[in-house]
Design a protein around this ligand. Structure first.
Ligand SMILES: Cc1cn([C@H]2C[C@H](O)[C@@H](COP(=O)(O)OP(=O)(O)OP(=O)(O)O)O2)c(=O)[nH]c1=O
Length: 190
């Protein structure tokens, strides 16, 4: 069995990949995560997932490497992780009382093969969030390292009126798409 590496520092991604019974190592990728002028959100997340996988594959040329990226998109805004409390407040204000998209891309590099990327799109509708709740939510510590300043798997679940798409994708690693990529490469969960 070839070695599988998850190119991520995210504890959520590690838990999700463990959920489908895979054995793997974790090596975080250190890349520049800024959006290029005029770049569409779908292109941005796919490029980030690819660049994370490529950065680790350069150090580990014999391994299969998975990279992933998640962004929350509302209107033309791509929301990454909030810089501080004011930024989290801004993001939650944009998400309050309406629907947004969560884009999660996963890239797989297999030695000697063309790189593959799948981008999964979910739609999430939030109820209205009051100013008091935004402050309380920030104080919980949860928004800090999450795209869009919320976590569907945590306290943020109370805002989620409706989800269509992939719960694991919103959390950071779409498992259906990930399993499909790995199966094509000969790694099966079952
Ligand atoms: C929307 C949402 C995001 N998130 C998290 C998943 C990701 O960890 C993070 C998005 O940031 P990313 O920049 O995609 O990932 P990361 O920096 O945490 O990890 P790495 O780049 O090393 O792979 O937000 C949740 O945990 N729950 C949610 O509901």
């Amino acid at each position: 069995m070839p070695r599988l590496i998850l190119a991520s520092q995210s504890p959520r991604r590690r838990e999700l990949l463990e959920q489908i019974g895979l054995t793997f190592d974790v090596i975080p990728a250190d890349i520049n995560e800024s959006v290029q002028a005029g770049e569409l959100a779908v292109d941005f997340v796919a490029r980030m997932a690819r660049e994370k996988a490529e950065a680790v594959a350069r150090q580990q040329p014999d391994a299969l490497v998975l990279g992933s990226d998640t962004a929350v998109v509302v209107d033309e805004h791509i929301l990454g992780k909030p810089a501080d409390k004011a930024d989290a407040r801004r993001m939650l204000g944009l998400l309050s009382g309406r629907e947004h998209a969560v884009l999660s891309a996963v890239a797989l590099i297999v030695p000697g093969q063309a790189e593959r990327v799948i981008t999964q799109v979910s739609r999430v509708r939030f109820r209205s969030i009051s100013e008091t709740e935004m402050h309380a939510y920030w104080r919980s510590g949860e928004p800090k390292d999450k795209a869009g300043a919320y976590a569907i798997q945590g306290l943020g679940a109370v805002f989620v009126e409706h989800l269509s798409g992939s719960y694991s994708g919103v959390m950071g690693l779409p498992l259906f798409e990930t399993a499909r990529l790995l199966e094509e490469a000969g790694i099966s969960s079952l």
